[in-house]
Design a protein. Structure first.
Length: 670
């Protein structure tokens, strides 16, 4: 048995193979290597991790004091011309304690102790029972000559401005501006496009010092290539009042200014993306930008029906909470034009944005409730469709010479339409015991059979609505320093603004609830129609005169505003009209042709009409003390306003008419 112990998990055939291997090696070694007065030692070598054979190594036998004894031979077991095992044959002069030293250029050196004590029936060879494993050395690569270059500094502070070097950040090919901002130290970008730097929110995203799609930073974040960016600057922007008067403001808005590289100061850029997938899913996007040192034209468009707004962030995070429900198809597009003259005394910005969405949502609900006397099984299904169209356009100008003029005309329009179909039912027993599929469809058939006997109630609701809203506003502002030629920085402010908006909305819904388990409760049927028209206007003006005595700013102001709202809500119960009850079939959204019938259906108790007028006159004296230093700022403000208010309310409901007036004078110093 060669004195080699067997492991319990080694099968007999493997053991016999090893015995035959050792015997064959012994026979060969006796003929060529063994001596009468020496002992032959056999060892099995393998890779400690993979178990693979190790070839072309070296081995020696040494005494415990490291004195040399003999050189070993490295042999192999060969089956079908393939090396299947590595063996070491060592020659020692007599019984005793030795050390087997095994070396290989790819492995760590192994020192394995050998304690030879032979039985009487075996006086010529000794087999090391355990396999000796060698651990591979880590690979060492000899590198060519290296050139060490200084890395670019990612961020520096220049007075009160943080300057980021865009080229110092490693970005994947094709990255847009949002990927760059997410890597800026101290900066965070959330899914809504809101940027914060060191915890403070960025109020405006500028492109070469100018507003870019004011209020819609995501257009730049998603479409401006990062390779075009030279520097990203974050600073507190000087206000127009500071520029005109030279007086320091205690609060300045924090802005992020994207500076393009010089080679991209004039030219065109464009990018496009198109995709088509299974289930007829598609995506198409295009962005184009023409820019010079004094003008900019931007065009963009986006069409998709994937309703997947997720994207992996730089940290591997995803945003599933922002996924819309259902299947969303959206079409969006827009354009912006910006112009500034060479003297930088006049600028004009025009933009238009349009968005169309079509969202279909289907919900299926299955519920089971437990009661002391039994169970209740509930099912419901809804199919909702929402369609929306929005258009926004804005045209702004700014002129600044001796005086500063700013103004804009803004218009917005949106149109929406929705449909709803809701079915539900509750059963005293499991309905699937009788119907395998389409339980709700079967419940609402004229002859429901067994399901009608199991059902406690069934409810059907169908609704349709549409609305239209538009808004127009036009603010204007004048800042003038009438005595600047005389060295006086007193400022005259004049503001004038007006707005008008109109809203129309109408809705139809059919509601039918039937109690099937008992005849004690009557069915509830409602055929309703609701209209909500309203319009509103507002205009206001302000005239103020401010004086600046270094840190003290006294201001005298007069304000006037008028606000008017006219709205009504009329509810019609069409089921109260003859021929419009639950046994008749009228298409949802149709109305009786006669006005007399509509007046008969008017639900006066739940209808209302109101008109509200608000007029305000205000005179205010304000004293302000401001002191700003490098790290600290101090502001003390005293306001003493006197306001005269006139309110009028005209209100009609439940057949009652109210006409209320209120006038009051308020003095509220602060």
């Amino acid at each position: 048995m060669l004195g080699c112990p067997l492991h319990s998990n080694v099968c007999l055939c493997v053991y016999m193979k090893r015995v035959l291997l050792y015997i064959s090696v012994c026979v060969i070694s006796f003929a060529t290597y063994a001596q009468n007065d020496s002992i032959t030692v056999y060892a099995h070598i393998k890779d400690a991790f993979t178990g693979a054979i190790i070839e072309d190594g070296d081995a020696d036998v040494v005494m415990p004091d490291s004195s040399f004894v003999s050189r070993c031979k490295w042999g192999y077991n060969i089956e079908n011309d393939v090396r299947t095992a590595s063996l070491i044959l060592a020659q020692v002069p007599k019984e005793g304690k030795y050390i087997l030293r095994i070396t290989h250029p790819d492995y760590f050196t192994v020192y394995h102790p050998i304690d030879i004590l032979l039985p009487k029936r075996n006086e010529h060879f000794f087999v090391i029972p355990e396999q000796i494993g060698m651990r591979r050395c880590p690979k060492v690569t000899q590198m060519d000559q290296l050139v060490v270059k200084a890395t670019k500094i990612k961020m520096v502070m220049r007075k009160d401005t943080i300057v980021y070097d865009a080229d110092a950040f490693q970005l994947s090919h094709g990255s847009m501006l949002d990927a760059l901002i997410e890597q800026l130290p101290g900066a965070e970008l959330n899914d809504g496009g809101i940027i914060t730097v060191n915890g403070r929110q960025i109020s405006s995203l500028l492109l070469n010092g100018k507003d870019f799609f004011k209020g819609s930073p995501q257009i730049a974040l998603k479409n401006l290539p990062a390779y075009m960016v030279d520097k990203v600057k974050v600073y507190e922007q000087q206000t127009d009042l500071e520029k005109m008067t030279g007086q320091d403001e205690t609060y300045r808005p924090l802005v992020m200014d994207i500076n393009l590289k010089h080679q991209y100061s004039i030219g065109w850029i464009a990018n496009a993306e198109a995709a088509y997938g299974t289930e007829q899913k598609y995506l198409w996007r295009v962005f184009a930008l023409r820019f010079t040192d004094c003008s900019r034209l931007t065009l963009f468009g986006n069409i998709n029906n994937t309703n997947d707004t997720r994207r992996p962030g730089q940290k591997g995070d995803w945003t599933p909470s922002y996924l819309p429900d259902g299947i969303l198809t959206s079409v969006s597009g827009g354009a912006e034009y910006f112009y500034e003259n060479r003297m930088k005394t006049f600028e004009w910005t025009s933009n238009i944005n349009a968005l169309c969405t079509d969202n279909n949502i289907q919900r299926h609900t299955f519920g089971e409730s437990f009661f002391p006397d039994g169970k209740a099984y509930m099912q419901s299904r809804s199919d909702d469709t929402y369609k929306t169209t929005r258009i926004n356009t804005s045209h702004r100008f700014k002129s600044q010479k001796k005086e500063r003029h700013t103004g804009s005309i803004n218009f917005s329009y949106d149109k929406n339409r929705s449909t709803l179909l809701f079915l539900s039912g509750e059963f005293g027993e499991d309905p699937y015991s009788y119907v395998t599929d389409g339980v709700l469809d079967s419940l609402f058939r004229p002859d429901t059979g067994k399901l009608k006997q199991l059902a406690r109630y069934r409810k059907r609701e169908e609704a349709y609505s549409r609305g239209e809203n538009w808004n127009l506003n036009a603010p204007y502002s004048l800042w003038w320093m009438p005595f600047k030629d005389k060295g006086v920085n007193d400022m005259l402010f004049f503001d004038l603004a007006g707005s008008y908006d109109r809203h129309t909305s109408l809705a139809f819904d059919n509601y039918h609830l039937e109690y099937l388990a008992t005849d004690a409760l009557p069915a509830d049927y409602r055929n309703r129609h609701t209209t909500r028209p309203s319009h509103h206007y507002n205009y206001n003006t302000r005239l103020a005169y401010a004086m600046f005595f270094r840190a003290v700013w006294p201001t005298l102001t007069y304000k006037y505003s008028q606000d008017y709202t006219n709205g009504r809500r009329d509810l019609y119960r069409l089921d109260r009209i003859d021929g419009w009850d639950e046994d008749t079939e009228h298409i949802l959204g149709t109305l009786p042709s006669a006005d007399m019938e509509m007046q008969q259906a008017l639900d006066i108790e739940n209808s209302e009409h109101s008109q509200v007028w608000k007029r305000r006159h205000e005179v205010e004296v304000k004293l302000e003390y401001r002191r700003r230093k490098t790290k600290h700022q101090t502001t003390v403000v005293l306001t003493m306003p006197v306001r005269f208010e006139q309110d009028r309310l005209v209100y009609d409901r439940s057949g009652r008419h109210y006409d209320l007036h209120r006038s009051k004078t308020l003095f509220s110093p602060n």
